[in-house]
Design a protein around this ligand. Structure first.
Ligand code: 1GP
Length: 247
């Protein structure tokens, strides 16, 4: 069984990594496997699996299996709620939407799912999930008190609190399909305030945006929509390569 935590730490120790997010509701497991293989060829380090709606234990498990068989990359479940779980994934982000206005998204869903996750023996990677404007669908569904681009101190406060709680990662999320990714100055300020790895995602779909997030200090860059829409290996490579390496 794969130790995903160690795998990620080893990779992040060498530079920023790239993770491709696939939504199991948006394509067949076979197509997801093909996309994962393409992403692997482009240099991606891991595949995240998740979506806000339409994810079931069945499509999640079948997608994770196809990713493993067709790309060999680790799959990390990025849950949209407590009712989708599969032992087929290599790890799960055990996450709290820390700036939600609804306790269910902060600790309720987690308390509900935790016994099942334990029973299934899934490796957990604890993560503080912080929603930045515009937040998109996950901002609405998660009832987030979105952090504005000008509210750097607020983002820092949440991130330090996540680290003090013992969380292993902080994720600055602009929301899938965001027209503006998390700004570089916010990434840098948060990165400088914490010593745990910083994940950044939402709205990153060009080499320039990926490079800006990496140079600002992101330890991991997530792209979702872009991977699903990109069939051109060269463009995929350009974004993945701009994401990875020295900060
Ligand atoms: C969403 O941050 C991720 O959770 C990815 O966003 O789909 O905009 O790449 P995009």
């Amino acid at each position: 069984m794969m130790d995903v935590k160690q795998y990620l730490l080893d990779k992040i120790g060498k530079g920023t990594i790239h993770m491709a997010l696939l939504d199991p509701d948006k394509q067949s497991p076979e197509e997801a496997g093909k996309l994962a293989a393409l992403a692997k060829e482009a240099g991606t380090d891991a595949i995240m699996i998740g979506g806000s709606t339409g994810v079931t234990s069945e499509n999640l498990g079948a997608t994770a299996r196809a990713i493993r068989e067709m790309s060999g990359l680790p799959s990390i479940h990025f849950p949209g709620g407590p009712n989708e779980l599969s032992p087929e994934v290599d790890a799960l982000f055990f996450m709290s939407l820390v700036n939600s206005s609804d306790p269910a998204w902060i600790f309720g869903a987690q308390a509900y799912a935790a016994p099942y996750i334990k029973k299934l023996g899934i490796e957990t990677l604890s993560m503080g999930y912080l929603l930045i404007e515009p937040g998109m669908k996950v901002g609405e569904v998660g009832k987030a008190n979105l952090i504005k681009h000008s509210e750097i101190d607020k983002a820092i406060g949440y991130a330090i609190a996540c680290e003090m709680y013992g969380m292993e990662y902080v994720y600055l999320e602009a929301g899938s399909g965001a027209n503006i990714p998390v700004p570089a100055n916010m990434i840098t300020a948060v990165k400088n305030a914490i010593s745990i790895p910083l994940i950044v995602g939402g709205g990153i779909r060009t080499p320039e945006a990926a490079e800006a997030a990496r140079k600002a200090g992101a330890d991991a860059i997530v792209t979702g929509t872009f991977i699903e829409e990109c069939s051109d290996l060269n463009h995929l490579k350009a974004v993945v390569e701009a994401s990875r390496g020295k900060k």
